[in-house]
Design a protein around this ligand. Structure first.
Ligand SMILES: Cc1cc2nc3c(=O)[nH]c(=O)nc-3n(C[C@H](O)[C@H](O)[C@H](O)COP(=O)(O)OP(=O)(O)OC[C@H]3O[C@@H](n4cnc5c(N)ncnc54)[C@H](O)[C@@H]3O)c2cc1C
Length: 383
């Protein structure tokens, strides 16, 4: 089969790869995006009434909002946290006892929010692992274990009864596995308006103007050819020779294609939609966080159309404690749902002309989008 040439080959058609492609397209650079599936972790059903990956966005997501709409809003008044013994509302008079640490937490969240906004603006041009050195609060949070942070700031009560549940439902991990940066990130709905991500029309918007440069296929290997080119092998198709390669596939996939720098901590998850009759303590509750230490389901969130979104820590969760009868409408298992970065963030341009884009340092749509845009800007700026 004949080999073709391209200036930049992007591997992966999730938000980071598509954002890199859109940026290269803006300046008329030659590129090809190869993906085995469009959308990646934005996967949803045809009418976008069921999201199986990304769940929510907040009002601080500025870069992705031209492509992703605001769906059903999230209200703190609807949040309950439950274990086998009891289900308690988050906004309850008895929680006044947490007022002082909560007050301090509010200011820490605001401080992080301010830094993160500025960080995001710059991260379009400067890779995240370099940029974080200029943001002392973010850097110290990224290098502090979340549990140490909880203890240092007297957040044990709130953590025990609510926040570790929210962390399980968002990062699919135990608090001690992550940094304080991720922990505070999970708590942003306390201070920033948050909505379900509405992905209707998202793929069309993200691919508009570039669909003829998207090629469907699975990349199986990338090898260096001399000093200036990479050979990109696609299963059952012709090889491509590229000057620059952007890896925008999830980390576990990228590692199979090319030896990338040391692995971050990848967390699997299962997402399902269920229609059924909830048992009495759960029946009239809209948003129920469950104890990740004892339950394989970490969130039950009632959706429009009489169905529930369930985020689960195990592929075959036990639903009997919650439903008297139910039907699973659809289910997706993710090998990598989120990546919990180590203390040392991964470089973007890890070898000459090779770029890592995606959520290996900061998870979520907005920062993945920005990392793709940054990888493209590096190529544009470096010629
Ligand atoms: C269950 C779940 C809940 C989440 N909740 C939220 C949330 O509420 N808010 C939020 O902001 N973020 C959330 N996230 C995280 C967010 O979805 C990701 O951080 C973001 O989508 C990552 O985008 P990406 O482009 O880097 O990777 P992906 O979206 O994973 O895209 C990678 C693409 O690469 C393709 N690919 C992989 N291997 C190959 C190969 N060998 N050859 C060709 N193509 C390949 C894949 O098919 C895929 O299309 C959630 C994720 C999950 C799974």
């Amino acid at each position: 089969m004949q080999t073709q040439r391209v200036d930049t080959l992007i591997i992966g058609g999730g938000i980071s790869g598509l954002s890199a492609a859109r940026r290269l397209n803006e300046v008329d650079r030659d590129f090809l995006l190869v993906t085995d599936r469009l959308g990646g972790r934005m996967f949803h059903n045809d009418d976008a009434s069921m999201n199986f990956g990304v769940t929510y966005i907040n009002d601080d997501y500025k870069y992705v909002t031209p492509f992703i709409g605001k769906g059903q809003p999230f209200h703190l008044s609807e949040v309950f946290a439950g274990n086998k013994q009891q289900i308690v509302p988050f906004l309850h008079p008895s929680n006044i006892k947490y007022a002082f640490p909560a007050f301090r937490l509010y200011f820490m969240l605001q401080r992080l929010r301010k830094e993160l906004r500025a960080f995001r603006k710059e991260s379009e041009h400067i890779p995240q692992h370099l940029l974080i050195e200029n943001y002392p609060y973010m850097r110290s949070l990224a290098r502090t274990n979340a549990l140490d942070f909880v203890n240092a700031h007297n957040l044990q009560g709130l953590n025990e009864h609510y926040f570790r549940y929210a962390f399980g439902a968002t990062c699919f991990a135990d608090v001690k596995e992550a940094s304080a940066l991720f922990y505070l990130g999970v708590l942003f709905p306390l201070i920033v308006k948050t909505h379900m991500a509405d992905l209707s029309g998202t793929y069309e918007k993200l691919t508009s103007g570039i669909s003829n440069r998207i090629h469907y296929g699975k990349v199986v290997a990338v090898t260096r050819r001399g000093d200036t080119r990479f050979r990109v092998k696609i299963a059952g198709q012709q090889d491509w020779l590229a000057k620059h390669v952007i890896f925008s596939a999830p980390y576990h996939n990228t590692g199979k294609i090319y030896p990338v720098p040391a692995s971050a901590h990848m967390k699997p998850a299962t997402v399902m939609y269920v229609r059924g009759r909830k048992k009495p303590p759960y029946a009239d509750k809209h948003f129920i966080l469950l104890d990740p230490a004892t339950s394989s389901v970490s969130l039950i969130w009632s959706q429009h159309g009489d169905k529930d979104l369930l985020l689960c820590l195990q592929p075959e969760p036990d639903l009997d404690p919650f439903y008297s009868e139910y039907k699973v409408l659809q289910k997706v298992d993710w090998k990598t749902a989120v990546v919990l970065s180590n203390e040392e963030w991964l470089p973007m341009n890890f070898e000459p002309n090779l770029y890592l884009a995606g959520d290996q340092n900061i998870c979520g749509l907005e920062d993945s989008f920005l990392s793709g845009r940054c990888a493209a800007n590096q190529i544009i700026e470096n010629g």
